[in-house]
Design a protein around this ligand. Structure first.
Ligand SMILES: Cc1ncc(COP(=O)(O)O)c(C=O)c1O
Length: 378
């Protein structure tokens, strides 16, 4: 008998139109990290978000690194960032020789706790050493609390960078993710809600920042007929071929959000009343895309631990993953300060990301749920 087909955590989901646009790129011979699809992708992306400017780059990490350059981060400067995140958030700080200071999450959104951010900024102000920036992450498709975070950053006059890599399409009030702070970074990595296989975008309402980002991302080439460089740049621009993929993906983003939310609703219906299972809470202030559906499992009440559930799923050829390990616990970031940390630690011990691809069928989700329920305490 054939084995069950594998259910992946969050695989790419092409619409079909990507190939037409890639063919167009081939036919025009714009096989380069610039070209008409890059320009159009930037424009269409900015229009979708209602921001003024966007620069397409090779990854979300590159976008964050450029943001750190643009706030003039240099060796020894501190940057406050969400602890509950992927390593890229803090890596961007370290690429510039900066010092990440980790801020814990709150239980109500799993995102940066504004009270802890305020406490840390007050402590920094008292020492007379304010950070160069704050990077706030929008986790698993949900915006952080920007009314508060923006106000706090403004009060201390510290630039805010939104790491919206996981939250394209999420909203906060009537604004989309990526429209808060001085700049925001997005990712089009293969597991994201739309993908270019690899890619990213830096967005801002400040044209000077985005022009400077494009300059730095193309090896900081000065205006001259020969190759002239007065500062260090990077090779960070997005390929025209991948921008073609991104344009077709952007068109179907609304459908992808509906599909991811539908997954969540089905999981919630089937698992929401089970003892010991809780879903990532959705804050009142906006709408979460449910890029990934995440649960926490209390082993006492449920009858099995997060890892037992994950391994049972793996045995049935279903991919599920623990939620992010908080950055303040990562060996590579040992020795950096953390304000709080217990909330993210607790979610990390119990949290699991369930298969969440926008191509999942109802049967696929039923298959996942059936395995989870085999472990439920009788
Ligand atoms: C919160 C967060 N920031 C940054 C990144 C980095 O994006 P990329 O993989 O495109 O470099 C990711 C994930 O990929 C992410 O989840």
């Amino acid at each position: 008998m054939a084995a069950n087909p594998r259910i992946y955590l969050s695989p790419p989901h092409m619409s079909g139109e990507e190939l037409d646009l890639v063919r167009d790129a081939f036919e025009s011979n714009w096989i380069a990290p610039l070209g008409p699809h890059v320009d159009a992708f930037e424009k269409e992306f900015a229009e979708y978000l209602h921001v003024d400017h966007a620069a397409a780059v090779s990854s979300g990490t590159a976008a964050l690194h450029l943001a750190m350059r643009l706030v003039d981060l240099s060796a020894g400067d501190e940057v406050l960032c969400s602890s509950f995140s992927f390593c890229a958030t803090a890596n961007a700080v370290l690429y510039q020789g900066g010092i990440p200071v980790f801020i814990d999450s709150n239980k109500s959104s799993w995102n940066m706790d504004p009270d802890l951010l305020q406490e840390e900024l007050e402590a920094c102000a008292e020492k007379g050493r304010l950070p160069k920036a704050v990077i706030s992450v929008d986790l698993y498709g949900q915006c952080a609390d920007y009314a508060r975070i923006e106000e706090i950053c403004k009060r201390f006059d510290v630039p805010l960078i939104e790491d919206a890599a996981e939250a394209l399409g999420a909203t906060y009030g009537d604004r989309r993710s990526g429209t808060f702070g001085a700049m925001a970074a997005f990712s089009f990595n293969g597991n994201k809600i739309i993908t270019t296989s690899g890619g990213g975008m830096l967005v801002s309402n400040d044209v000077r920042l985005i022009e400077q980002a494009r300059f730095l991302a193309t090896q900081a080439r000065d205006k001259a007929p020969h190759y002239q460089h007065s500062t260090i740049g990077y090779n960070y621009r997005l390929s025209n071929l991948l921008a073609a993929v991104g344009r077709a993906q952007l068109k179907v983003l609304p459908e992808r959000i509906v599909a991811r939310r539908r997954n969540f609703e089905q999981y919630k219906r089937l698992l929401g009343k089970m003892p010991g299972i809780h879903f990532m809470p959705e804050a009142q202030y906006g709408s979460c895309t449910r890029w990934l559906t995440c649960i926490t499992i209390d082993p006492e009440a449920f009858g099995a631990s997060r890892d037992e559930v994950r391994l049972a799923l793996e045995a049935e050829n279903i991919e599920a993953r623990p939620v992010w390990k908080p950055l303040h616990l990562q060996p590579v970031f040992q020795g950096f300060r953390s304000r709080g940390g217990e909330v993210a630690e607790d979610i990390f011990i119990h949290g699991l990301c369930l298969p969440s691809g926008s191509g999942l069928s109802e049967e696929d989700i039923n298959r996942v749920v059936k395995v989870v329920l085999t472990l439920l305490k009788r």
